[in-house]
Every structure is written in structure tokens, then in C-alpha cells.
Design a protein around this ligand. Structure first.
Ligand code: SF4
Ligand code: SF4
Length: 257
């Protein structure tokens, strides 16, 4: 369904505006999962409409220096990807939370009321994703291979249902009804760059002295990031922990650890 006549820059500017709105919601303490829902739907829509801002695919196109897929000059695309990494250094993974269409379709699918599986811990997913990142770079730089196209990321948003790779990513999306964000946590090469940035983010979720230690936030978190000793590199700012917390002001988004 991707409309090639609409510039991909439209998706990029949507991403910037959505980022500003979501950062303000978090900063002002107004973020709720209900308020995030329109962003998830809009982001998924932009993925199908202009295939942007699908950050991992932009990174793939940069590695392959494929300006046709980027829809913009190479330096501009590199600048955009670097800018969102810097934003993650300040505000955490807001772009993963609600803006990246690949993340949004998985987040929406995880709302399907079926029994959830998969462990809420980050070491194994992060290690697997680091390995995939090495393969991604080697395949792209060494063999000019478009690994994410093989996985079906482009065919999925293009609704190219006649291709085998469409069904690879479609299966990943279906799996995300049960397992939280399998593509983001185990595969995404851009996520592999965002996670270390987010683990040093200036603004982040943190507990205050009002915390009563009930651990409801930890049980609600699908990635294990709500543990007090976690660096939050795998925090997708989904809002499950703040929603689960029974004490006002015990778990807040703000500056510092
Ligand atoms: S981890 Fe990758 S695919 Fe997932 S939301 Fe972030 S950039 Fe998108
Ligand atoms: S539930 Fe986990 S992933 Fe979601 S915002 Fe809280 S710490 Fe981050």
C-alpha cells in the first residue's frame, strides 16, 4: 500500500512532531497508555502509507548506500538517524515506544488478549541482537545483502503478500501477540544502537522515596527493565509500569537516576 509519490520526509517530520508530543507527555507526568494509543495507530499508518519512519530499514539503506530506498540524500539520512540516537541519549527510547512503525505494529499486536509467553529479562535478547547486528553489518557491508528485506520488513509494509519474506515478518508480528516485541528485542539493528544510548539517558523512569517496594511495576514490565538496578536500555517507555504502580509519584519520568 506504500504510496511512492508521497515523500518519505513526511514520515520523518511526523516522527519529530510525535516525539515532541510524547516527550512532553512523559515530562509533564501526563503519559498514559491510553494517550499513547493514537500515536501507535498513526505510526503504524505511516509505516503502511510511506514506509517511514521505519528506523531499522533506514539504517539498512544507509549501510547499503541505497538512496532510492532512503528517499533522501545519504548525509541527510545519516543525520536523521544520528539525531534520533542523540534524542534517545536525552529522553530514552521514545521512538521505539510509539513512533517506529515496526515497533508500533508489534506493540498493538501485543494488546491481543492471549496468554503472554517469554521471559521478562534482557540479557539473552540483547546478546542475540548484538550477534544479529554483527551479521547485519557483515552482510550489508561485505556482501551488499539487504538482510531486513529478506526478513520481510519492506514487503510487510508494502503489503506484498505474494512474497515469502512478507510472511516472515508477518509471522514475527503474529508472534508479538504472545512474545513482547520479538523483532525489537532480538533483531533490530537500530535498536542495538539505541539501547546503549537509552541506558545513559538524562531523562528516565526512576523510583522516588514514595516507592513502597511492592514490585508491581516489575511484574508489569515485559522486558525486565523496571527492576531498580536496570539500566533501562531495554525500556520501551510503554507505560505498563507507571500504570501498575499504586502510589502516586513513586515511579516518575524525570532527570537523573
Ligand atoms: S527496536 Fe527497532 S524496530 Fe523496534 S521500535 Fe526501535 S527502531 Fe523500531
Ligand atoms: S514497563 Fe518496562 S519497558 Fe515499559 S515503561 Fe516500564 S520499565 Fe519501560
Amino acid at each position: 500500500m506504500v504510496v511512492e509519490s508521497i515523500p518519505k520526509a513526511v514520515g520523518f517530520f511526523y516522527g519529530l512532531l510525535a516525539f515532541a508530543a510524547l516527550a512532553w507527555l512523559w515530562y509533564s507526568g501526563r503519559f498514559t497508555r491510553r494517550r499513547a494509543m493514537p500515536f501507535l495507530v498513526a505510526s503504524a499508518f505511516f509505516g503502511f502509507l510511506v514506509f517511514a519512519p521505519v528506523f531499522p530499514y533506514q539504517l539498512q539503506a544507509v549501510v547499503l548506500q541505497d538512496t532510492a530506498a532512503l528517499g533522501s540524500p545519504l548525509p541527510m539520512a545519516i543525520g536523521g538517524l544520528l539525531a534520533f540516537i542523540v534524542l534517545a541519549l536525552v529522553f530514552g527510547r521514545i521512538i521505539c515506544g510509539q513512533i517506529c512503525p515496526a515497533g508500533a505494529v508489534q506493540e498493538l499486536m501485543h494488546l491481543v488478549p492471549v496468554k503472554k509467553r517469554g521471559s521478562a529479562e534482557s540479557r539473552v535478547p540483547v546478546a542475540v541482537r548484538a550477534g544479529v547486528f554483527v551479521v547485519f553489518l557483515a552482510a550489508g557491508l561485505g556482501l551488499s545483502m539487504n538482510l531486513l528485506a529478506l526478513i520481510g520488513l519492506a514487503d510487510f509494509f508494502n503489503l506484498t503478500v505474494v512474497s515469502v519474506s512478507f510472511f516472515v515478518f508477518f509471522s514475527i508480528v503474529l508472534l508479538s501477540a504472545v512474545v513482547y516485541r520479538p523483532f525489537c528485542r532480538y533483531v533490530c539493528p537500530y535498536g542495538a544502537l539505541l539501547a546503549p544510548a537509552a541506558s545513559r539517558a538524562a531523562y528516565r523512569l526512576r523510583r522516588t522515596d514514595a516507592c513502597i517496594g511492592c514490585r508491581k511495576c516489575e511484574r508489569a514490565c515485559p522486558t525486565g527493565a523496571a527492576r531498580p538496578d536496570d539500566g533501562l536500555g531495554e525500556c520501551y517507555l510503554c507505560g505498563r509500569c507507571t500504570e501498575a504502580c499504586p502510589v502516586d509519584g513513586a515511579l516518575v519520568y524525570g532527570r537523573g537516576r
